[in-house]
Design a protein around this ligand. Structure first.
Ligand SMILES: [Zn+2]
Length: 405
């Protein structure tokens, strides 16, 4: 595939930090070094099909700019040992924000995804203004805590529940309107100006998928789905090595697949949506917990840890829906693996998955694969980390694996 990388306009034109990653070939080489380093220049040349001379020139330029460092490799045969190249993780940092209905979580991490700072703020009321205020406040806290790293920030990733670019109608739910407004082009440029940094947005499930792809176990797969179990239910897709976001970054709204035409009403306007059964919101409803309370996740986890029979019963009830969801994703996408993650702990997700066993058969006959469905990186931080991955992907080459691997 030779399609142009999906880089946001702000990243295309942004400033001095990116000067050294200015050409497409630079980005490809950087991404190979980042994901496979330490690596020799000959190997980079073999993987990318760029000439040795071109790779040498690019690596030399990256080295002069301080983005990579060199170390002696192992001697092979009678030749003298070549030099290996690796990314200097502390050369640049990105900041990721996960904005959800209850809170804003932020992490700052280096180029290899190691978290150097984290913070969070409660959202008293879910509105675009409040979300913006929290983002700016957290940025202020970060800059204060790490005055040395501040100048090395190259971009900000934002992750928020979709759907984005929703046309406002009388039936549009407040939440949908809030996040659609938060993700609007106007608001993103406002934030870019206030933060003085390029900003890139993904829906939360896509960000989680990207985080898994760039930093997590997803590195071992080129096509997978990441199911994000949160207040709602969403999925993100990495297909053939690249994130598939959809036309309006709304791909993977699996929570709004209607599974019962006469089921309970959903805020999207339809009835019987999957997330009316299978989501933290649905579980909270069953348990009599206010899903909008900042404590709802902790309360639910606590009940789960205490083997509460109501949680157990709910899991039994929704297990067939879980099975159906996995079947739908497998049949539609033929992924190598499905990751299950979310804002609730891994133990809860594993128990929920276990209840759904045995799963339906896969068409390729590999139904017993141990890595058919895996528990992904879970927790509120995972999406924020994924948001930093969105910024990293925008800096490097988002479709690099499609282009060269
Ligand atoms: Zn719905």
């Amino acid at each position: 595939m030779t399609e142009a990388p999906n880089i946001t306009p702000s990243f295309r034109t942004s400033g001095t930090n990116l000067k050294r990653a200015k050409t497409h070939n630079h980005r490809v080489v950087m991404e190979i070094i980042r994901t496979r380093g330490p690596i020799g220049r000959t190997e980079i040349s073999e993987i990318t099909s760029l000439s040795r001379q071109t790779v040498q020139n690019i690596v030399a330029e990256l080295h002069r700019g301080g983005m990579v460092e060199m170390s002696a490799g192992k001697a092979v045969g009678r030749g003298h040992p070549g030099m290996n190249v690796r990314i200097r993780a502390d050369h640049a940092y990105s900041l990721g924000f996960h904005v959800d209905r209850l809170s804003v979580t932020a992490v700052a991490c280096d180029l290899m995804g190691d978290i150097v700072w984290e913070g969070s703020e409660s959202l008293q009321q879910s509105s675009c203004e409040n979300a913006n205020a929290c983002v700016l406040k957290l940025m202020g806290e970060f800059r204060q805590a790490h005055a040395d790293i501040g100048p090395k920030l190259f971009g900000v990733g934002l992750a928020a529940p979709g759907p984005f670019e929703v046309e406002k109608t009388a039936t549009t739910h407040t939440d949908a309107a809030t996040f659609s407004e938060f993700g609007s082009a106007d608001n993103l440029s406002r934030l870019e100006e206030a933060l003085s940094l390029p900003v890139v947005l993904q829906n939360d499930a896509s960000a989680a998928a990207l985080g898994e792809h760039v930093y997590g176990r997803g590195r071992n797969y080129s096509s997978f789905a990441f199911v994000q179990f949160g207040i709602g239910l969403g999925a993100g897709f990495v297909l053939n090595g690249g994130l598939y976001g959809g036309a309006a970054r709304n791909a993977g709204e699996i929570g709004h697949v209607s599974i019962a035409h006469d089921g309970p009403k959903c805020f999207c306007g339809n009835r019987g949506c999957l997330e009316r059964y299978l989501s933290l919101y649905a579980l909270c409803e069953t348990l009599g917990i206010d899903p909008a309370s900042p404590e709802s996740v902790r309360q639910t986890e606590k009940l789960f840890d205490q083997n509460d029979p109501a949680v157990e019963r709910w899991m039994e009830e929704v297990a067939p829906h879980m099975r159906q969801m996995i079947n739908m994703i497998e049949m539609m996408l033929d992924p190598e693996v499905i990751f299950l993650g979310g804002i609730i702990g891994a133990g809860f997700l594993k128990a929920l998955l276990d209840k759904a066993l045995p799963l339906g058969l896969r068409l390729d006959g590999k139904s017993d694969r141990a890595d058919r469905v895996l528990i992904g990186t879970a927790g509120a931080k995972a999406v924020a980390l994924g948001a930093t991955a969105a910024a990293v992907e925008a800096l490097y080459a988002p479709s690099v694996s499609q282009l060269v691997l």
